[in-house]
Design a protein around this ligand. Structure first.
Ligand code: EPU
Length: 419
């Protein structure tokens, strides 16, 4: 298992180019199951989750060819049973359920387990598919879905914590080949849902309203192959912006989509981080003494849960008190105890973390618990006095393309250590 050894204290300077979005490419890869024709996807990030989704598609019978940040997938003949162990390992793989059902009218996919950030149920995915006429049962750890006919319907996908991103993706992908019109109310508005809808429309689907809470899908008889370029990763861009501010450096973030990042950029500006936008480029540096800000995570266009941990690392450095409230996942504070090892003063009160910032951090060995928690530890390590060893960085490799090389390119003293 690899670790990252970081010698803190070097401000980040220079340019970094943002990769394709992990959370967009995974459902787009699943969507290729909807057609027997070849699809080409570009700006594909080189991530272990992408490799893993490729293995799942291969296990279903698809042919997956990898190029330089590109994939060509042909799902000519596929079977409807997701390999139990492969699917179980990656939660994102639940989004093969909708396309398998639409294409084959039956699917068996293993129940995704909970994970360290919360229980992560799929009741809303199943509710949406049932509304389209799917029969669902559970057997030997599998979700067994069958629908001799998928029929368009009006359905509501809001849950306890608001809309569901992959649930919206799953229902959209089933509805594209249903008879008639499906109206999804309380659909997730995330840019990744819009990117999926754009890809599906390029394949011949008829989807309107993606990006709003009401998505209308008019079913078609069949989809064809298509080419698509994945949107840039707004979470990776936000992570580099926060790292630039945390280290008191100046970074040009290239190839981003600032229009997908309003909530994060707004909070950073409130914290006195200076951000200049120039088309797809962002220049980020401190605009004075950092100021504490309160943050509540919300569905898009609110502040993303996937940036909560990184922002907490920044607030730990910021003199004063900030309150960070997590409203999407019930236990996404695993980074708090590890940030404390570096000297951060953070107390958890229910869904909120109270950060008493401004104490200097000092390096220590820490353990990454999930993807974004790992990113927070890296940011904290970049600013800490002395050496920080971040262990179990396979979490980081799931979602950040070459993060150590990109940070080194900005002047960070960071190296990968094999254990
Ligand atoms: N929820 C339900 N029932 C469901 C589905 C979700 O109650 O059937 C609840 C969840 O428990 C949670 C909330 O709804 O409280 C939102 O979950 P959502 O379904 O939107 O999450 P997801 O689609 O499983 C994706 C991303 C996550 C990201 C969330 C929220 C992928 C592969 N994953 O997960 O990304 O945090 O949306 O934006 O797209 C990450 O990249 O680190 C990551 C965890």
């Amino acid at each position: 298992m690899d670790s990252l050894l970081i010698k803190g204290g070097a401000p980040l300077h220079g340019e970094v180019t943002i990769s394709g979005a992990k959370n967009a490419v995974l459902p787009i890869m699943a969507a290729t199951l909807l057609t027997p024709e070849a699809c080409t996807i570009r700006r594909v990030p080189n991530l272990s989750d992408v490799k893993f989704m490729g293995e799942i598609l291969t296990s279903l019978g698809a042919e997956v060819k990898c190029g330089e940040n590109a994939l060509t997938i042909r799902a000519e003949k596929i079977r409807g049973v997701g390999d139990y162990d492969l699917v179980r390992k990656m939660r994102g793989s639940i989004c093969i359920l909708g396309p398998l059902l639409a294409r084959l009218r039956k699917a068996r996919v293993s129940m995704p387990g909970g994970c360290v950030i919360g229980s992560r149920p799929i009741d809303l995915h199943l509710k949406g598919l049932q509304a389209l006429g799917t029969k669902i049962s559970f057997a030997n750890g599998y979700v067994v879905a069958s629908a001799p006919k998928l029929i368009g319907a009006d359905l509501f996908l809001g849950g306890r914590a608001g809309p569901t991103v992959l649930g919206t993706a799953n229902v959209m992908m089933a509805a594209v080949l249903a008879d008639g019109v499906t109206i999804i109310e309380s659909a997730a508005c995330e840019p990744e849902v819009v990117d999926l809808a754009n890809f599906l429309n390029a394949m011949g689907a008829k989807i309107a309203g993606a990006g709003s809470p009401t998505v209308t899908v008019t079913g078609v008889k069949a989809l064809h192959g298509a080419e698509h370029e994945v949107i840039p990763d707004r979470i990776e861009a936000a992570t580099f912006a926060i790292a630039a501010a945390a280290t008191d450096g100046e970074v040009n973030i290239l190839g981003a989509r600032p229009d997908h990042m309003h909530a994060v950029l707004d909070k950073l500006r409130e914290a006195r981080v200076r951000i200049e936008r120039n088309g797809p480029a962002l220049t980020v540096r401190r605009g004075g003494r950092l100021k504490p800000v309160d943050i509540t995570t919300l569905p898009y266009a609110g502040f993303p849960t996937d940036v909560q941990a990184q922002m907490m690392a920044l607030m730990a450095l910021t003199p004063g008190i900030s309150i960070i409230t997590e409203r999407i996942f019930e236990s996404r504070f695993m980074h708090v105890s590890e940030l404390a090892r570096l000297g951060a003063d953070i107390a958890i009160e229910g869904p909120s973390a109270i950060v008493k910032g401004g104490k200097p951090l000092s390096g220590a060995p820490v353990m990454a618990s999930d993807l974004r928690a790992s990113a927070a530890l890296v940011i904290a390590g970049l600013t800490a006095r002395g050496a920080t060893m971040v262990k179990r960085i396979y979490h980081l490799d799931r979602g950040y393309e070459n993060i150590d090389a990109k940070l080194r390119g900005l002047g960070a003293r960071i190296e990968r250590v094999e254990e």
